[in-house]
Design a protein around this ligand. Structure first.
Ligand code: 5GP
Length: 202
């Protein structure tokens, strides 16, 4: 059976990775990995839907038990991708999308180079500031720290397969969808199996 494909969507905070992934799972048949985090829930967050919210102790226990595909400290909180659900989707032939930060994406690229890595860019730094400020949940200091990090993060873009600028959400979602469709058409091992079948049919 064809294995599912792993898509990693990452990029700077505020670029809109979350909105793109949320919209994408509404539109197409793809699983979304739910991360575990030690950060406090924000308004609109839902345990088991946006994240699994856990204590530091619980998080470290999962880490110790090798339960994460990758994990990282992002802005003072821990975040991790639970291994089990991702492997389950892939083994069942379902595609799965991970929305994670750049450190996490680089770790996955090493352990799972077959993944498809998509970098989301904001249309401008001014727009990025506006988006982070608009969330209203971060202090001015945190926002400045995040913007400072952004330029450093963008320098890792060459480690990615694709780049999508998120100006208008639906346009960006369509572009990520197009990438997924294109990846399904890539010449891969599955195709050789099909060609063998063709030979038998002659
Ligand atoms: P937020 O707290 O704003 O939801 O997320 C902060 C950052 O953590 C975002 O860049 C988000 O993509 C990233 N993030 C969320 N889940 C994970 C994860 O499982 N692993 C890693 N490495 N980063 C994550």
């Amino acid at each position: 059976m064809r294995k599912g494909q792993l898509f990693v969507v990452s990029g700077p905070s505020g670029a809109g990775k979350g909105s793109i992934c949320k919209r994408l799972v509404e539109k197409i048949n793809i699983d979304l990995s739910i991360s575990m985090t030690t950060r406090n829930p924000r308004p609109g967050d839902e345990h088991g839907k946006t994240y699994y919210f856990v204590t530091e102790e619980e998080f470290l226990k999962v880490k110790e038990d090798d339960g994460f595909l990758e994990c990282a400290e992002v802005y003072g909180n821990y975040y991790g991708t639970p291994k089990e659900l991702v492997l389950k989707s892939l083994n069942e032939g379902k595609d799965i999308i991970l929305e994670i930060d750049i450190q996490g994406a680089l770790k996955i690229r090493k352990s799972y180079p077959k993944g498809i890595f998509i970098f989301i860019l904001p249309p401008s730094m001014a727009e990025l500031r506006k988006r982070i400020t608009g969330r209203g949940s971060e202090s001015e200091d945190v926002i400045n720290m995040r913007l400072g990090e952004t330029l450093k993060e963008i320098s890792y873009i060459d480690k990615y397969n694709y780049c999508v600028i998120n100006g208008e959400l639906e346009e960006a979602v369509n572009r990520v969808h197009a990438i997924i469709v294109a990846e399904h058409s890539r010449v891969s091992e599955d195709i050789y199996e099909l060609i063998e079948k063709y030979k038998e049919e002659i």
